[in-house]
Design a protein around this ligand. Structure first.
Ligand SMILES: [Zn+2]
Length: 375
């Protein structure tokens, strides 16, 4: 009898330990590159005075300056949010003295999390790379690609195939990763169908062309006189893929059954801002907004997820100078073709969302997420 009670107690204790482990919250971090208040407001008024961000529970403001510049770039601010240290512009995953620092993605992996990265840029671009790379120059794509092969990320979606298999050193990183258990696909339906838990979806050879609702808004940052058409090939046709691939990835992560960390970047809000092109900028916000809706749907159902939506910086110094509520039109003006130092909003929903209210440094986003992971 006594033995049975002890056995029962042991069972209860081990069940509790197990259920605590399985209750580690999922983390969904969404970064609208260059998404300041004007980008959000412009998208909202263009969208019948509505945005998915209105469903969030708390709003904060983040100070984006980097270690060496009041106006940050995406590498320094990505590193601040991914790894908790202010560093110099163009640096990824190193502190200001050049020491490698561990990202929240890598910390989550150590805790048994599944992980994923989705971007509408090439997957080695500064914002996604801030979560797995440790390198002093963000444009060193050939070395960042090698670091990606060692990242252990379960699912990734983005452009940049050529940095993996069209290399000066003749290495074929796609073959190398395939030998290590990865599968690669080139369209959304193959991505959805795949049963692999190590899966890459290349959306373009270089930077993805960008369509929203069938319209091409793409701005080619890398158009150079000698560019070759085939290097810019896009695998997604006329479909925007951010919302659909996010939905598929959340399903995959959920099926694995472990807690997960995912970073989703709307990269080209920034590129529209650099180009002072309001239609392009707003279209990219609206695609991001659709994706936020997909994420919120998941978080509301799951109930053990923290969703944080923020930006790395504002781009363009954009303002709304006129418009008309009744026909959802706005007119933007820009004061810059670069980033600005304005604070950016942070929206949070779900598990411990209250942590993200207030005004704080962008490095605090890492610290707050870490406190949730270490709860
Ligand atoms: Zn930018």
């Amino acid at each position: 009898m006594r033995k049975n009670i002890i056995l029962a107690l042991l069972l209860v204790i081990s069940f509790n330990i197990h259920s605590q482990e399985s209750e580690s919250p999922n983390i969904i971090l969404m970064i609208g590159d260059g998404m300041g208040l004007t980008q959000i407001t412009s998208g909202m008024y263009s969208n019948n005075n509505s945005t998915s961000l209105e469903d969030f529970q708390y709003v904060g403001l983040s100070k984006t300056h980097s270690y060496d510049n009041l106006v940050t770039d995406s590498a320094a601010s990505g590193t601040a949010m991914s790894s908790g240290k202010k560093t110099q512009n163009k640096v990824l995953g190193l502190d200001h003295e050049g020491n490698p620092i561990k990202s929240i993605l890598s910390i989550c992996q150590d805790k048994g999390y599944s992980t994923a990265l989705i971007a509408t840029a090439n997957i080695l671009h500064a914002t996604p790379a801030a979560f797995f790379a440790n390198i002093d120059y963000r444009y060193n794509y050939k070395d960042i690609a090698v670091q990606m092969t060692k990242s252990g990320v379960n699912f990734f979606v983005g452009g940049g195939k050529k940095y993996f298999n069209s290399r000066e050193d003749k290495r074929d990183l796609i073959n190398e990763m395939t030998e290590n258990g990865y599968e690669f696909v080139y369209n959304i339906s193959d991505y959805e169908k795949s049963k692999s838990n190590y899966l890459g979806f290349f959306t373009a050879k270089d930077e993805p062309y960008y369509f929203y609702k069938g319209v091409n808004y793409s701005y080619r940052e890398y158009d150079e006189p000698d560019y070759k058409e085939d290097e810019l090939e896009d695998f997604t046709g006329k479909e925007s893929y951010l919302a659909s691939s996010t939905k598929a990835t959340l399903n995959k992560l959920d099926e694995i059954g472990k807690p997960f960390f995912i970073m989703i970047e709307g990269a080209q809000i920034d590129w529209g801002g650099h180009d002072n092109d309001q239609d392009y900028m707003v279209s990219q916000f609206l695609e991001f907004n659709d994706t936020i809706e997909v994420v919120l749907e998941f978080a509301k159902r799951d109930k053990n997820t923290i969703v944080v939506v923020t930006a790395d910086h504002e781009t363009g110094g954009a303002a709304i100078v006129r418009g008309k509520l009744s026909d959802s039109t706005i007119k933007n003006r820009f004061v810059s073709t670069n980033h600005t130092a304005s604070m950016v909003p942070v929206f949070s929903y779900g598990h411990k969302a209250h942590l993200f209210k207030g005004i704080y440094e962008n490095t605090e986003i890492f610290n707050k997420l870490l406190s949730i992971v270490n709860q």
